[in-house]
Design a protein around this ligand. Sequence first.
Ligand code: 5GP
Length: 139
Amino acid sequence: MFISILSGAFVFASDLIRAFRGDCEIGFVKLSSYSGTRSTGSIQTVMGLEKDLSGRHVIVVEDIVDTGRTLHYFIAQLQQQSPASICTVTFLRKPQAARFSVQVDHVGFDIDDQFVVGYGLDYEGLGRNLPGVYQLPEQ
Ligand code: 5GP
């Protein structure tokens, strides 16, 4: 069972599941901690998952791990549902920004601690459709 964290991971998740050879399902959760280019420090579950995950092998698909707060929060929520296993995958990770200890099993690319857009990642709603990943100019 793939679980994609919306909104940013939807592009990566769609490429990832099409490269996966095997039977799988995909579900989506929407968590929000960012406003503009800053993390607000608190996470809201805007849309939850309706599937029962007990006994399921779960692969969590994240767009970018920054402080690690989102993944840390979500893994704690998942564990309450007793899945058979939890694997975490992220397209990008900012190692210099890490503040929460979180298990990330597969990382696409480690990047510097800079705000990026494209390939699903937005700046105030825009830029998700850019096929590449771009750093915003300093503000
Ligand atoms: P964390 O909870 O790890 O601090 O932040 C993770 C979430 O913050 C990501 O899922 C993403 O929505 C957002 N985020 C963190 N860094 C960036 C970035 O450089 N660009 C964009 N567009 N979103 C980011």
